[in-house]
Design a protein around this ligand. Structure first.
Ligand SMILES: [Zn+2]
Length: 465
């Protein structure tokens, strides 16, 4: 199968040029002007005139079917990757979970089983370590060889995912030897639990108090602490879902002194705020951790993206229905399942707020949604760019289309949207995964099970810092 994408404007992290792209099978075979006049035989020509051709976006933080608080995140790999594709995202990296007392292998096998035969677009895995033992430390080396090259640990959620400083430091020592990367959920969980119990004791049980209990300083403290531990172990470190200026300051200081510290933020921290958590139990729709912050943090996070103290934006997509799941926390905000839907909206929100909003260039936008994730997580240049030999994961993007985000029209399997009614400029018109059109003009044309596991390399950090 050969497809010619003609007359488009190619936008990559490196620059913008007008050229055609020839796809042969699953990869990009040629890039040049007027390829159609060369007498090349193709099965299909797609006219991309007036639109941008960008590399398929990559979301390195999703939780399909995550067990949390007695229920499961609602999107499966089928519905979640399909929704991602509608939004221009052609690769997700999800988190396999090691349960306490079980091996990494058990957790990884379970996530392979969830994804294989179901995902409609490509996927990889990080590994959540909730039990650092001699055995699980040894297992890490094998996982790096299998293409699961990073490990997420938590300073939050005591009794569930929490690791103490000794466990975190041991995992870091292991990645110093095996080339893996430690990803950290950095909030001071034990301190948060004290404040949360105090609030509930005072009768402050609404979801809003979830946001109040998790002080920004608890995120700043934990972020600085894990960066210092990484410096002591001599390894790079990656902070997931950075939400607060306190944590951004810790990352910036570390990078200024030459530490290989990296961080992502998420659309919810750029576009939503603590105020959204008011309004009684409605606020449960916005319960995630770290929580939404007072609005004055938002512009600082944008500055972090502009100055590359934050390298990328991922979603932490972890959807729970408002009816039947979020309401497990009626009467006690501590029991609201933590997580928001978002995998479908990231590309357009970032285009609208970033490029249309005049904060970043379209090239930096592509870098934040696709290229930096590919480089940091060992998928570049197979993914994350438009180059000869790269996977033909491509999006024909209409930067002038407008659409209104709504649960009535989104494709995520969840009964509400955090951005209900928000109008955004920019829309993915045609989405290709390894050369196959999987979304065209609002219709899904892909196949369940067509997505493949991406075996990722350990990242080349020198290339990005
Ligand atoms: Zn997460």
């Amino acid at each position: 199968m050969r497809t010619l994408i003609a007359n488009g404007t190619i936008v990559t992290a490196d620059g913008t040029t007008s050229a055609d792209v020839l796809i042969d099978g699953e990869t990009i075979a040629r890039i040049g002007t007027n390829l159609g006049a060369d007498g090349i035989e193709v099965d299909e020509t797609i006219d991309a005139a007036g639109r941008w051709l960008i590399p398929g976006a990559i979301d390195v933080h999703t939780h399909m079917e995550l067990p949390f608080g007695g229920t499961f995140a609602k999107d499966t790999f089928e519905t979640g990757t399909r929704a991602a594709a509608f939004g221009g995202t052609t690769t997700v990296v999800d988190f396999a979970v090691q349960s306490r007392g079980k091996s990494l292998r058990d957790g990884l096998d379970a996530w392979h089983a969830k994804a294989e035969g179901n995902a409609v677009a490509d996927y990889g895995f990080h590994m959540i370590m909730s039990d650092v033992t001699d055995d699980s430390l040894k297992e890490m080396d094998g996982l790096v060889d299998e293409g699961i090259s990073d490990f997420k640990l938590f300073t939050a959620y005591p009794g569930v995912f929490y690791s103490d400083d000794g466990a975190i430091f041991r995992a870091m020592q292991q990645t110093a030897r095996n080339g893996g990367l430690i990803m950290m959920h950095a909030e001071n969980g034990p301190a948060i639990d004290v404040v949360a119990a105090d609030l509930v004791g005072e009768g402050k049980t609404d979801p809003y108090y979830h946001g109040v209990a998790r002080y920004p300083i608890f995120e700043g403290e934990a972020t600085n602490r894990v960066i210092r531990l990484a410096e002591a172990a001599g390894v790079p470190v990656y902070i997931v879902h950075l939400s607060a200026r306190d944590a951004l300051n810790a990352i910036r200081d570390a990078r200024d002194r030459g530490t290989k510290a990296f961080a992502e933020t998420c659309p919810q921290y750029l576009f939503l705020s603590l105020e959204d958590m008011g309004n009684g139990f409605e606020g449960a729709k916005f319960v995630c951790s770290p929580p939404l912050r007072p609005a004055d943090h938002q512009e600082e996070l944008w500055q972090g993206l502009i100055k590359d103290d934050l390298q990328l934006v991922s979603t932490d997509h972890c959807p729970f229905d408002f009816e039947g799941q979020k309401d497990l926390g009626r009467g006690d905000f501590r029991k609201v399942p933590n997580g928001l839907p978002g995998v479908e909206d990231r590309v357009d929100l970032l285009h609208d707020g970033g490029v249309v909003g005049g904060r970043i260039t379209k090239e930096r936008w592509v870098e934040i949604i696709s290229t930096a994730p590919a480089k940091l997580f060992g998928m570049y240049p197979q993914k994350g760019t438009i180059a000869i030999g790269s996977d033909a994961d491509l999006v024909i993007y209409d930067p002038s289309a407008t659409r209104t985000i709504s649960a009535k029209t989104h494709h995520m399997d969840v009964d509400y949207s955090c951005y209900e009614g928000r109008q955004v400029r920019g829309r993915s018109d045609v989405v290709l995964s390894r050369g196959s059109v999987i979304v065209r003009d609002g219709q899904f044309t892909g196949k369940k099970g067509a997505g493949r596991f991406v075996k990722r390399a350990a990242a080349d950090y020198a290339r990005i810092s």
